[in-house]
Design a protein around this ligand. Structure first.
Ligand code: G4P
Length: 562
């Protein structure tokens, strides 16, 4: 399979207009692909809903939540998800806005499925960090930020819930700088907070936007309106309480100065987009998703600043341009059992280059097999619709009869493969044991789930421990494995938790492990590719490794590429 996929193997739908290179490039430039990262409860669902409302994809706020619960009620998802009322799925929502196609990658809210979120970020071009204005940075925000930084995605910050008593905006800016070394460029500045949150000052246009408090019903229809004023409009003195206005004027002066001190570039031609694109500088917004304050302003500015789909690097460091003639895509998520009646499995791909067409034949780089991409789907405001075509930046769900694994490259034209998606550092470990007599089905099930990337599996180097060790980021991942073992493979399993919470790949290899001698407080295991992983109880155990042992083991990496 080293030669190119023959052009005649590429299916061209007679009903689709033919794209020349220029048309393809123009389509790509209209795409804005992004994911929201946040700690649960920061307001991701609420913000998503408001954005869909602007895109006209839904009629009424509350629709997304209503559908989410309707989905549970009609029970087309796994039992666990129904019981807990949480969303395990992670797909993409598409909506049009102002001539652009917005592809919002939906990340699971529950932190036990953060591994899915991490992978979703492998398909994202931009990240929006949603922060609860009263709480500032929270644990899940921190973890996700690390992944975003590793992927070098541009980061936009939306400070939400400004209609409630909030931290001082400068305190949040300071947190970002102190903890992440991330500089902020406030694009808008809040005028007051809590009950006194009356509007924002939009720095690029030097305009003040005062919000009209709308009744809840009008708000739900996207009816919150704002009126614009010039910064020096005398009317503002009448409209905003005197002390608040004086304070805001002071703050605005301060951030302008601060900008110079921090060597912050200015927005537009002045904002240093290279630093935004490399994730060193974050454009920052303040608002309230619930009251619909500042959401549209955010969306409009975001569209202008966010990166359109760019080139992807292959494993051998070649750049694949999004508007190139050959199609390529990356499988970043697999999902099983979305519908219990159909037992369907869906593979989600992000289109990286060329044009995707329904029914086209592609090669799977890992296996060399040629597969026809039938039944492609896209989530449009959480309703599935069949897609006919797509370009770079789009996310498409494919029926997966077992042909695809996480991290697979699909392509037409000459062979190419994108780098693998890293395995994220597991924090929970347990032996998985099956009922005697079910070993064969157990191993088959394990292989299936492993192949899908549903869980990581390790093996103890202790010869007497032959049971596999499941390694996960969250406890619900274990439950999903057990539930699927039962429902799909008919195997009853038990979990035997292990007292470790940290995994580190020993880059010195097995030789290093051998010469490190006996390790106290750590379990040596091999991962599914046969590489040494050390499991530690906690940070303390890791830091108390004897210096000679640490030297022998080499770098201890928290992530490993397959
Ligand atoms: P998540 O998806 O990030 O977990 O958060 P979600 O949108 O579900 O919001 C969590 C809670 O925060 C919800 O309240 C929501 O209404 C509230 N919220 C979201 N944005 C804002 C905001 O801008 N201002 C204020 N004051 N609250 C906000 P809830 O009581 O859990 O649910 P609900 O009864 O309001 O639906």
């Amino acid at each position: 399979s080293s030669e190119a996929l023959a052009p005649d193997a590429v299916h061209h739908s007679p009903t689709l207009p033919v794209f020349d290179a220029a048309r393809l490039a123009a389509e790509v430039l209209k795409r804005r692909n992004w994911a929201i990262i946040s700690h649960p409860d920061a307001g991701k669902t609420t913000l998503t809903e408001k954005l869909l409302l602007y895109g006209g994809a839904i009629q009424e706020a509350g629709d997304v939540k209503a559908r989410r619960s309707a989905r549970h009620a009609t029970s087309d998802w796994m039992e666990i998800e129904k019981e807990r009322g949480i969303s395990i799925s992670s797909t993409a929502l598409t909506f049009p806005y102002d001539g652009f196609q917005m592809n919002l990658l939906d990340t699971p809210g529950h932190q036990d499925f953060s591994e899915d979120t991490y992978r979703t970020l492998a398909a994202a071009d931009n990240a929006v960090m949603l922060v609860d204005g009263a709480k500032g940075l929270e644990p899940q925000t921190r973890k996700l930020f690390e992944v975003v930084r590793m992927r070098q995605l541009p980061i936009f910050t939306f400070v939400n819930k400004m209609d409630r008593p909030a931290l001082e905006p400068l305190e949040i800016i300071d947190q970002l700088e102190r903890e992440f070394g991330l500089k902020s460029y406030p694009v808008n500045w809040p005028i007051g907070s809590g009950d006194r949150f009356v509007g924002v000052y939009h720095r690029p246009t030097k305009r003040v936007h005062l919000f009209e408090r709308a009744a809840r019903s009008a708000r739900a229809r996207g009816g919150t309106r704002s009126t614009e004023y010039a910064l020096d409009d005398p009317a503002l003195a009448e409209l905003v309480e005197a002390d608040l206005w004086a304070q805001t004027r002071e703050e605005i002066e301060l951030i302008e100065e601060l900008g110079e001190e921090l060597d912050m570039a200015r927005l537009g031609e002045e904002l240093d987009m290279a630093r935004v694109r490399s994730g060193q500088l974050t454009p920052m917004f303040f608002g309230s998703a619930m009251s619909n304050f500042g959401v549209q302003l955010f969306l409009e500015t975001f569209i202008g600043l966010a990166s359109p789909p760019g080139a992807h690097r292959t494993r051998d460091e070649r750049a694949v341009e999004p508007a190139s003639e050959h199609f390529s895509g990356l499988v970043f998520k697999l999902q099983a059992n979305m519908d219990a009646r159909h037992r369907d499995k869906v593979a989600f791909i992000r289109v990286c280059s060329g044009r995707f067409e329904k029914g086209m034949k592609v090669r799977v780089a890992r296996t060399g097999r040629t597969v026809a991409l039938a039944r492609p789907q896209r989530m449009f405001a959480q309703e599935r619709e069949t897609v006919l075509d797509g370009v770079a930046g789009d996310v498409i769900g494919l029926n997966n009869p077992g042909a695809f694994a996480i991290g697979d490259t699909l392509h037409t034209g000459p062979p190419l493969a994108f780098p693998a998606i890293p395995c994220f550092s597991p924090e929970l470990f347990a032996y998985l044991r099956c009922t005697p007599g079910q070993k064969k089905a157990f191993l088959k099930g394990l292989e299936g789930l492993l192949g899908e990337g549903a869980v990581q599996v390790l093996h103890s180097t202790d010869d007497f421990q032959t049971d596999p060790i499941l390694a996960a980021v969250g406890a619900l991942q274990f439950e999903v494995v057990q539930a699927r073992m039962k429902s799909e493979y008919g195997v009853d399993t038990t979990l035997d938790p292990l007292p470790y919470s940290l995994a580190r790949w020993a880059m010195g290899g097995w030789e290093g492990v051998a010469s490190a001698g006996r390790l106290f407080n750590a379990l040596a295991a091999r991962d599914q590719w046969g590489r040494p992983v050390l499991l530690f109880r906690n940070e303390y155990a890791l830091s108390s490794l004897a210096p000679e042992a640490a030297a022998a083991l080499g770098e201890l990496a928290p992530y490993a590429l397959p």
